[in-house]
Design a protein. Structure first.
Length: 182
């Protein structure tokens, strides 16, 4: 009789499988490989995302978002209102940054992350239009405007410029001691 995998072991296998695949892997296929239902895979993917893994889902399955290895990446803590969201995102992309995601650290719900992949003003406009025309509100609203962005750019100097611009605009927020491990 085969030993049943623990959740941690299963999630390591899921990550490994996605890293090895050049195409999305279906939840059903991952479930068969690990001996669990597709619904358990959905839950595992949610847990892996909360741990910071850049997992994307499509109609064809799951994959790990790959960033250019030559890119510099930085997590920035910011705070602003809904009305300032477009200005903040445009400031980042205008200087050459890509807003990979948004993350909030809620005291009750914990860490929640959503992939954005905003690379240019068109992406900003589409994102802002979707927020304004939908029934949802930005994640920043559950934490009084405070949130984090993972931003990538061609080099550290560009990230320094982005950080300085966000500071000048009053959007950059100070990290709290417990947030250093986010």
């Amino acid at each position: 009789m085969e030993k049943e995998l623990t959740g941690t072991e299963r999630r390591k296998i899921l990550l490994s499988r996605m890293q090895q695949s050049q195409t999305p892997v279906s939840g059903s296929a991952l479930g068969k490989e690990t001996g669990v239902s597709r619904q358990v895979i959905v839950q595992d993917m949610a847990l892996l995302r909360t741990q910071g893994h850049p997992i994307m889902s499509t109609t064809k399955g799951y994959y790990l978002e790959r960033t250019d290895q030559n890119q510099s990446v930085r997590t920035l803590k910011v705070c602003h209102t809904d009305d300032q969201m477009e200005d903040e995102l445009n400031a980042i992309v205008d200087l050459g940054g890509t807003v990979q995601n948004v993350m909030v650290n809620h005291r009750t719900y914990g860490k929640m992350t959503a992939a954005l992949n905003i690379r240019n003003r068109r992406d900003v406009r589409v994102f802002v239009d979707n927020i304004r025309s939908g029934r949802s509100s930005p994640l920043l609203n559950v934490t009084s405007g405070y949130h984090f962005h993972t931003v990538s750019a061609d080099c550290e100097a560009v990230l320094d410029e982005i950080e300085e611009m966000l500071l000048q605009k009053g959007y950059l927020a100070e990290w709290l001691p417990y947030e250093q491990e986010l």
